[in-house]
Design a protein around this ligand. Structure first.
Ligand code: PGA
Length: 265
């Protein structure tokens, strides 16, 4: 059984004042919903890197895990503005998002550059949350599978398939990110099943184990349906992760639907 995972990608939002309020809300909700039990949903927050230390100290005694939004492909040296894997580990990060579509499109990160980060993150025993997904015009041209395959193949050029066992994939159709336009549960499931089959064809265990999250305008109202799909193992949440009530509702939905999935096995 794959453990459900819900990660909040705060993007470039938050301030020293409102981080405490947000985290207190999440911590309280975890207790209210009973999400701190052994096999519950794993809850991750990914704040801006400047707040990692602060968040790390505030979540110390909670069930919340920490992730970064990005990481350097380099270990150290003259790379102004970058953070290395060892720096992320210093502040207790377990995860790092890599290849988010905003990095791909606004900062011109290529498949090969992201693949290098994937390898560096795995080598440091951090867990990549590897984002993939197609643009609207690519979906309309029927190229969704080609695009996600190309993005995964770039990683498979530099790591062994087994590296995906300790990785998380986030399928995020670019047209659904921050737009309020969510993929339908069937649309998302179709791509998730395709990704899982692609990996399973190379190694059955890896395909069965890898957690595949959906991201793109997931919110408190659509989460239950999306998360109920057999190959959707959780969510990467942008906008709704900044509101504790909404974020918690999504975490709770992930928890509940997985219990349902378990009873079907
Ligand atoms: P959104 O962002 O939930 O605001 O659409 C998701 C993401 O970019 O990870």
């Amino acid at each position: 059984m794959r453990q459900p995972l819900v990660a909040g990608n705060w993007k470039m939002n938050g301030s020293i004042e409102n981080i405490k309020e947000l985290l207190d809300g999440i911590k309280q909700g975890i207790i209210e919903y009973g999400l701190d039990k052994g096999n519950s949903v794993e809850i991750v927050v990914c704040p801006p890197s400047i707040y990692l230390a602060e968040v790390h100290s505030q979540i110390k005694d909670s069930a919340i895990s920490l992730g970064a939004q990005n990481v350097s492909d380099q270990a150290s040296g003259a790379f102004t503005g970058e953070n290395s894997v060892s720096m992320l580990k210093d502040y207790g990060c377990k995860y790092s998002i890599i290849g988010h579509s905003e990095r791909r499109t606004l900062y011109a990160e290529t498949d090969q550059f992201i693949a290098k980060k994937f390898a560096v993150v795995c080598e440091a025993q951090l867990i990549p949350i590897f984002c993939i997904g197609e643009l609207l015009e690519e979906r309309e041209a029927g190229k969704t599978e080609d695009i996600v395959s190309r993005q995964i193949d770039a990683v498979l050029d530099v790591v062994d398939i087994s590296a995906f066992k300790n990785s998380v994939i986030a399928y995020e159709p670019v047209w659904a990110i921050g737009t309020g336009k969510t993929a339908t549960p069937d649309q998302a499931q179709e791509v998730h099943a395709f990704i899982r089959k692609k990996l399973s064809d190379l190694d059955a265990d890896t395909g069965a184990q890898v957690q595949i999250l959906y991201g793109g305008s997931m919110n408190a109202s659509n989460a239950e349906e999306l998360l109920g799909m057999p190959d959707i193992d959780g969510g990467l949440i942008g906008g709704a992760s900044l509101k504790p009530t909404d974020f918690l509702a999504i975490c709770n939905a992930a928890n509940a639907t997985v219990n349902e999935k378990e009873s079907l096995v």
